[in-house]
Design a protein around this ligand. Structure first.
Ligand SMILES: [Fe+2]
Ligand SMILES: [Fe+2]
Length: 378
């Protein structure tokens, strides 16, 4: 880029956007959010109508793009074969930059992407996304500058700079994403193990309570990250059931007092399994597991805690867990309608449940109902 270019107002603006670009990327480990930030920022800095970030997936032999900016774009995920004739595939294979000034006059230009997106490409700038080991991990592909001019050397230089800034972040986020997925999968499978014996529809129960917990946490103003943790940690709330015998867990009739006391121990066992956890998600799961049968008025178990002495995560889970348990079939009862279960929750506000969480539940109930409607319609 020429020095005199930088002295112009536009170039100064670009420099500020560039600094902002670096700032926004720092610390963003959520893969989807990171790609979204990068695509938005690149569109802004270079001034383009469309920005695709293609990620190379060697296992599935394809480039995929989740983020596609621009009006009228219906597809949010695009898959292109590694060995296809798309621009992304060519750039990804060869490492060359592609700058097509006029797509209509270019006989080699493939309209494969346009056919998927319904967008008419006039000009294209595509460069490889290279990690610090020198391997191609993706492709940045821009279409149609906002001023309708062709892409020039400045745009190319700028895009290469942005790609080098973004490359490491994308790679770290991708690795983080994979570790995160592996963690969540382990948690999910552990949770299924715990709930498997006494429930007909374990997966549905876990899905329902985790979704309801997530909606409640969002409504109660937890930030996205913490709401996600509450959502995923909630699945382990009954992990302590692994230590309860079948004769109690699967008994169709009413439990004797002794059996009920032994059943109540699942909260303590869950706490023991998860105590001293190091990760944030398991620390929250510990609280949910140990305290999810406490009641707001202090009449619950195992410690008869009341009010704010019960961790908020457990107060949230308690509403979600009881509501879904009422709506589901159990060995000892038939499923209730969502409306009847909702009324139960509202009626027990202040006694069993935190009134603030019940208020949040009232606000999200229309959304919650849809979840059950979908289940029945399937
Ligand atoms: Fe429980
Ligand atoms: Fe449960």
């Amino acid at each position: 880029m020429e020095i005199k270019e930088f002295s112009s107002t536009t170039a100064k603006k670009q420099l500020m956007l560039l600094a902002d670009f670096g700032r926004q990327l720092t610390g963003e480990t959520d893969f989807d959010k990171l790609l979204s930030v990068i695509a938005t920022q690149i569109s802004k800095i270079i001034g383009v109508k469309r920005c695709f970030i293609f990620i190379k997936d060697d296992k599935n032999k394809e480039f995929w793009s989740k983020i596609a900016r621009g009006k009228g774009l219906k597809h949010t995920e695009i898959h292109l074969p590694l060995n296809g004739d798309s621009i992304a595939a060519f750039v990804g294979r060869t490492g060359n930059t592609v700058n097509i000034q006029n797509a209509n006059e270019n006989t080699t230009f493939s309209r494969a992407l346009d056919r998927i997106t319904g967008f008419k490409t006039n000009s294209v700038l595509a460069i490889p996304l290279i990690n610090k080991e020198g391997n191609i991990i993706g492709v940045f592909q821009l279409s149609n500058k906002k001023n309708n001019k062709a892409f020039d050397g400045n745009d190319e230089g700028l895009l290469k700079l942005l790609a080098s800034l973004a490359g490491t972040n994308i790679e770290i986020a991708a690795l983080y994403n994979e570790v995160q997925l592996a963690n969540l999968e382990t948690i999910y499978r552990l949770a299924i193990t715990a709930e498997y014996r006494d429930q007909y529809d374990t997966k549905a129960h876990l899905q329902h309570i985790s979704e309801i917990c997530h909606k409640l946490a969002k409504d109660l103003n937890f930030n996205d990250g913490d709401a996600d943790i509450i959502k995923n940690a909630s699945m382990l709330h009954d992990i302590g059931k692994v230590a309860i015998s079948d004769s109690i867990l699967l008994k169709p009739g009413k439990l004797t007092e002794d059996e009920y006391n032994r059943m109540k121990m699942h909260a303590i066992y869950g706490g023991k399994i998860l105590e001293s956890a190091k990760s944030k998600i398991l620390k929250i799961a510990y609280k949910m597991s140990l305290y999810h049968h406490e009641k707001y008025d202090g009449s619950g178990y195992p410690f008869a805690l009341s009010g704010v002495h019960i961790p908020i995560e457990a107060r949230i889970l308690s509403v979600a867990d009881v509501f879904d348990a009422l709506c589901m079939h159990r060995v000892y009862k038939r499923p209730w309608s969502e409306q009847k279960a909702y009324e139960y929750i509202v009626d027990h506000s202040g006694s069993d449940f935190d009134p603030e969480v019940v208020q949040a539940f009232k606000r999200i109930f229309d959304d919650v109902k849809k979840m059950y409607y979908v289940k029945i319609k399937k």
